[in-house]
Design a protein around this ligand. Structure first.
Ligand SMILES: Nc1ncnc2c1ncn2[C@@H]1O[C@H](COP(=O)(O)OP(=O)(O)OP(=O)(O)O)[C@@H](O)[C@H]1O
Ligand SMILES: [Mg+2]
Length: 310
């Protein structure tokens, strides 16, 4: 298990990271979600021993990584937010260079380069100079560099920002595959909640240097769900039916859009039998009844009063 305990980083006036605690177990995909300036990259830089914390610890199997940073570096791959590649080299030459920096044996490196080029979908583009790559291709190669030494833990810092949808999908599918096929544990940092929702089992939400919520998607969303929103579609609009629904005691925020209505009720309320009775009375058919899930965006808004995307 990889863990950070009370991790803190102070820059002169800014508390970039403030008493952050989290853990990741082998084989998990964990999301680190937060807006610009939340402290995600600073947390990752400390976690990967690139910068020292002002206070707090990074633990690998309960041992402080400062004791022997190599142990962590050997099993950790980091995909940095800023692309770090040589434009005047080809993809293959970049991988050869970074592999030799990591002192990988030549034969092993050669084999790994073939595997990695396939994993990131650049096997047919490896002869092009990287400066002629699209943004998405550079991102994919950046991920390839982090995968060379087959890390058990992979940290990805906003790997899909500013790239084309095709590369984005490719990256998301690569993340899923790495996790499913090789059991790679992944810390996925993003301010796109739909990506984090799609990929991650557990999520940490960060804002202003602090973790403001954590847990499974369901646990985090349950922060909001003392109420639930329900959308009902009828076969036609009926004023008399709407009037009776409006009079129901447990129901609030009723919105009517032709033959569709939405409203909120307490989480444990069961309004369906009442609705069916009312429909029969007013000779209306109930076509669908749908309980809307809150999104992580809703949770973030609720916790901070601000939208996640800026
Ligand atoms: N080297 C530094 N010197 C001073 N302040 C810094 C430094 N690095 C980061 N900060 C500040 O720390 C805070 C957190 O920054 P960080 O880059 O960790 O956020 P982030 O969540 O990764 O944001 P983004 O989504 O924009 O990448 C910000 O206020 C930032 O300005
Ligand atoms: Mg960042």
């Amino acid at each position: 298990m990889l863990e950070v305990v009370n991790l803190t980083k102070n820059y002169k006036k800014v508390k970039a990271v403030d008493q952050v605690n989290f853990y990741i177990e082998p084989g998990e995909i964990v999301g680190l979600l937060g807006p610009n300036g939340a402290g995600k990259s600073t947390t990752i830089a400390m976690l990967s021993t690139l910068i020292p914390p002002s206070s707090g610890d990074v633990l690998l199997q309960n041992e402080n990584v400062n004791k022997n940073p190599r142990n962590l570096r050997n099993i950790l791959g980091v995909v940095p937010q800023e692309i770090a590649l040589y434009g005047d080299l080809t993809a293959r030459e970049n991988l050869e260079f970074f592999g030799s920096v990591h002192k990988m044996p030549k034969k092993q490196l050669k084999e790994r380069i073939e595997v990695v080029l396939k994993q990131v979908g650049l096997e047919n583009e490896h002869k092009k100079l990287v400066k002629h790559y699209s943004g998405g291709m550079k991102r994919r190669l950046n991920i390839g560099v982090a995968l060379l030494h087959e890390p058990q833990y992979l940290i990805m810092d906003e790997p899909t920002v500013g790239i084309d949808p095709q590369s984005r999908n490719h990256i998301l599918e690569t993340v899923k595959k790495l996790n499913q096929e090789f059991k790679t544990a992944i810390i996925y940092t993003s301010h796109y909640m739909e990506e984090v929702e799609y990929l991650c089992n557990r999520i940490y939400i960060m804002d202003k240097g602090r973790i403001i919520a954590s847990g499974t998607k369901e646990e985090i969303k349950s922060i909001l769900s003392s109420e639930k929103m329900i959308v009902v579609k009828f076969d036609r609009h009926s004023n008399s039916l709407i009037q009776e629904i409006t009079n129901q005691p447990l129901l609030s925020n009723l919105q009517v859009k032709e033959s569709e209505i939405s409203f909120t009720v307490a989480k444990d309320a069961n309004l369906l039998p009442t609705l069916l009775n009312l429909c029969e009375k007013h000779n209306v058919v109930l076509n669908s009844f749908h309980i809307e899930e809150p999104t992580l965006e809703d949770v973030f808004l609720h916790l901070t009063g601000r939208a996640l995307r800026r």
